[in-house]
Design a protein around this ligand. Sequence first.
Ligand SMILES: Nc1ncnc2c1ncn2[C@@H]1O[C@H](COP(=O)(O)OP(=O)(O)O)[C@@H](O)[C@H]1O
Ligand SMILES: [Mg+2]
Length: 286
Amino acid sequence: MDNNQPLLKVENLQVSYRSGKKSYNNVVKGVSFDLGRERLGIVGESGSGKSTIGRALLKLLPTAKIEADRMDFSGTDLLAASERQMLDIRGRRISMILQDPKFSLNPVHPVGAQIAEAYRVHYSASAQVAKQKTLDMLEAVQIRDPERVYGLYPHEVSGGMGQRIMIAMMLIPEPQIIIADEPTSALDVTVRMQVLNILNELVTNKGIGLIMISHDLNLVRNFCDRVLVMRHGEVVEERAARDMKNCTHPYTKGLLAAQPHIGGSRQPLPVLNRQPQALSPQETSV
Ligand SMILES: Nc1ncnc2c1ncn2[C@@H]1O[C@H](COP(=O)(O)OP(=O)(O)O)[C@@H](O)[C@H]1O
Ligand SMILES: [Mg+2]
């Protein structure tokens, strides 16, 4: 495949959840973006529709109506794809890392067996080959004693290790795209840095496209190449991460101003002005 072609092309994505017998609540309103072999951040306050976009890409929204002019993954029209095709895409070609590994790991199986199983679901491999792949993968996510960790149960691992195990499980089928939905929000600061480093390395070395969903603008602008800022289901700003300081939308400006600075002044923290007039785009032209 041409390395310069986007992995994903989304045009005018609309998602509505059913809110009554015939009524729908539109929560993603005409979102368009491309994803290449890069780190794309989607940022915005809680409820702005970020997770809905991630799930819509995998058609994991049984109660929602998903529409788009285009939702194309490496030449596959995701909107037209059958459930059977989606089963092949989910996990093997596009995988999703969620905030809390506790809800994604099965409590009654050792973690190693679960990772190996994630591989064998998608590839025909002997148990032995799958185990070796798993041990290699645990090493790739910087788990020091893979043989020991292989046999642990989910309740026996810490939050940070659990998240690395999840990453190993999501990566073992060698997906082309990873959607990471608040992958580090439940982690403390040092573990968060480790997990981000691992993701970063894997994206760089394997040429994966990463969508990093977060409410934390500081995190995404430091970690990602490009950032989409969402508000009320719409993208209000799209910008290279390093160019974020030149943002023009008042909402983005407000988010940036509300970021605390380490070693900065001890004045009261700025808060985001949520008055509608303070956040309307027209205000930028003054
Ligand atoms: N299953 C659902 N049914 C109905 N409404 C939902 C469902 N999931 C999310 N929503 C609503 O859709 C909006 C966007 O949610 P979400 O995509 O989870 O936002 P974010 O990830 O940015 O916090 C919110 O208003 C939320 O209440
Ligand atoms: Mg969310």
